[in-house]
Design a protein. Structure first.
Length: 435
């Protein structure tokens, strides 16, 4: 779909109208759902929102701002991917190079794995990230080599033939960080700082080392028995899969690298955004949503939950850097998209009241030919979505529309003909019919 000049003008008008609505929405979920974090929203060259909500540190009463530095978890993979592509563009490596070219003495079953397989989560290597101890960035290579030696001595084998199945793997991206260090002869972070962060002026982006004093660093939180508590785990093991800290201000600078030749040439940059298996590119997921191409990635780690969304044609950029791990960023970005694009089928997930009698009619067994049976049950005046042994409370957010209480990005919409549609923020809808 191509945007006309009139389309861009319309989007500008909608964005201007949406600015106050987005801020009102974020203020509301800060009060009602304990959202806390930093948010940036831009449409073309106009910054709609760039500010903090809630606290960076509740004990010291320090507010979040656009300069607050948060853990970004797996958003790190975007930087790792661009780092590899920079080496590719400089002819230091090829994405088709075997991993064994850079790391000798690999297990026999890993010999056919390429860098491309690692970038696209299709290598088949089991996700050994949990086997790695939490160590400073400069010592992470020892943990990777420990895993390699473990696999050599007691082969577990691959989960799939390289290139044939998508299996998300933090360990695969840790291996890419190891490759970056071997080729560049720098630590992972020093390399990214030299080729990405410094050229873009990203001076609020750091490696997540809990030993370091980092100005404006936030604390991470979670819920325990309904109360906000510190998530006290302090580990430096994120490395090239989830070890970067950044701010909303710096992610705005990162946007420049995504739609200009500031770091990579256009042809190389496009490689990041070509969808392979499971719609995953190189450090990004690429989706079609409501007729628009959308790039996105989530990042979750102890105390934090983050997400980046970028619509390249419409030039809409949204980044949520939350420091309460139990308030998921996915439904927040989906709601902001709905406000920007004025999507009629989208629902903003604020409080909505529904009587028990209105919910009773949804009870029953439903089936999808591919996904099997689901059950909707009303228990003690609460509606539940049941999938086998898993039971999820449903929260009403509009007439005939619910979301899962813990995973608000999952929306269930009932229709009058005994069906409901399950979707993730209007993506990949699946219809279930009453039996």
């Amino acid at each position: 779909m191509k945007f006309s000049a009139l389309g861009f003008l319309l989007l500008f008008t909608i964005a201007a109208q949406s600015q106050s609505s987005i801020e009102d929405y974020l203020s509301e979920i800060t009060k009602t759902r304990s959202f806390t974090g930093s948010v940036i929203v831009t449409v073309k060259d106009k910054v709609l929102i760039n500010k903090g909500f809630g606290k960076a540190d509740y004990e010291l009463n320090v507010a979040n701002t656009s300069r607050t530095v948060h853990r970004i978890g797996s958003l790190t993979k975007q930087f790792t991917s661009m780092g590899i592509l920079k080496l590719f563009e400089n002819d230091s490596l090829s994405l088709d190079d075997s991993l064994s070219k850079f790391i000798p003495d690999l297990p026999a079953g890993w010999k056919t794995i390429t860098l491309f397989h690692l970038l696209t989560h299709t290598s088949g290597i089991p996700n050994y990230f949990g086997e790695m101890d939490a160590v400073p960035v400069e010592d992470t290579y020892k943990e990777i080599e420990k895993v390699i030696e473990m696999e050599r001595k007691n082969p577990r084998g691959l989960n799939n033939v390289p290139g044939q199945e998508f299996r998300y793997s933090n360990f695969g991206y840790a291996m890419l960080g190891h490759v970056i260090e071997r080729v560049s002869r720098q630590t992972f972070f020093d390399y990214l700082k030299n080729v990405i962060f410094d050229p873009l002026g990203m001076d609020q982006t750091f490696y997540d080392d809990p030993r370091m004093i980092i100005t404006n660093r936030s604390e991470g939180y979670k819920f325990s028995d309904g109360r906000l508590v510190n998530d006290a785990l302090k580990d430096p093991a994120g490395y090239s899969t989830g070890g970067i800290l950044s701010s909303a201000n710096d992610l705005l600078k990162w946007l420049k690298a995504l739609n200009s030749n500031a770091i990579l040439g256009a042809d190389t940059r496009r490689m990041m955004f070509y969808p392979f298996l499971n719609n995953y590119g190189l450090g990004w997921q690429i989706l079609e949503k409501n007729g628009k191409t959308m790039y996105n990635h989530n990042g979750g780690t102890h105390g934090y939950d983050s997400r980046i969304v970028y619509y390249p044609k419409e030039e809409v950029f949204i980044a949520i850097l939350g420091n309460n791990e139990d308030v998921r960023s996915v439904p927040i970005t989906c709601d902001i998209e709905a406000l920007i694009f004025e999507e009629e089928d989208a629902i903003v997930s604020l409080a909505y009241s529904m009587e028990k009698s209105a919910m009773e009619k949804f009870q029953g067994s439903y089936r999808n030919p591919l996904d099997g049976e689901r059950s909707i049950q009303l228990l003690n005046d609460v509606l539940f979505y049941i999938n086998g042994e898993a039971k999820f409370e449903l929260v009403p957010i509009a007439e005939n529309v619910f979301c899962l209480s813990k995973y608000k990005e999952f929306r269930i919409q009932f229709s009058d003909d005994d069906t409901f549609t399950l979707s993730t923020c209007s993506v990949n809808p699946r219809m279930f019919n009453r039996e």
